[in-house]
Design a protein around this ligand. Sequence first.
Ligand code: UDP
Length: 318
Amino acid sequence: MQKILIAGGAGFIGSHLCESFLDENYAVICVDNLITGDKKNIDPLIKNSNFKFINHDTTKFLQSDELTEIDYIFHLASPASPNKKSPRSYINHPIETLLANSLGTYELLELAKKFSAKFLYVSSSEIYGNPTISQQTEDYFGNVNPNGIRSVYDEGKRFGEAMTMAYVRKFGTDARIVRIFNTYGPKMQKDDGRVISNFINQAIENKQITVYGDGNQTRSFCYVDDMVNGLKLAMFTPGTKGQVMNLGNPDEKTILEIARIIKNMVGSSSEIIHEELPEDDPENRKPDIEKAKRLLKWSPKINLEDGLKKTIEYFKKI
Ligand code: UDP
């Protein structure tokens, strides 16, 4: 049985990935220190004898009896929300975020080297910063404030990418980088402060829907099942060693459009209000996914309405 280590496996995307691999009969080791991940996400998996949870900070050397062999390592361990109002955001965990993506990436790459495991680093569209081109291609170097409020995440991810490529070049590690664009779906944290979870919960509770700024900034939202499929293909597809791939859904919307769509779908009486735009909030985000289409034969399948329907159902239930 092949063994997969998922760092950040108790997080939103990580826990979906754990579940998907267990369904396909892999042994899964989930490593998470739960600073932003949530035990609730993996509670249903604990009874599966192929699943092991290790409460561990990835920036420290990982030693465990479970670690006799590892075939694949996914590194998703990092705070990811930019919303300073959320206790889980990287703004409120600045040092942890920098270290998870620098030292954490180093420790996990060392583990990959030791076990000759394949490695996937989960980077982010944030490495493009406030992009000066629309539809970001992998060869665009970005427009990042190197010491602004979001820099702990942006520069953390950029460092993580550099570290990953250094292992590919120096040690021949079989590693690849995936840049994830905005992803949503069940198991997002209610208090994460991300736009989709905020708007849905505000709409369900008939509270004011808080659009930051004028709402003309754009994002492109990918449903989590599509993202999980893309991550697996990026790891398993031959020829991906040393490759950098965008994964996301290019269906671009303004934040104001998203507010209206969610309000209508929930059938809410919420008022849409405007609040201050956070510092360095990117004006646009739209992935160019031609490379992933070509290399992985992957493209997102779930449209915004279907994905939102499932996400709204989830938040209504919890
Ligand atoms: N946003 C908003 N209201 C909210 C939360 C977020 O208008 O309650 C905006 C935020 O300013 C950004 C976009 O929605 O322009 C996406 O924010 P999110 O935190 O989900 O992710 P980002 O893409 O900024 O990392």
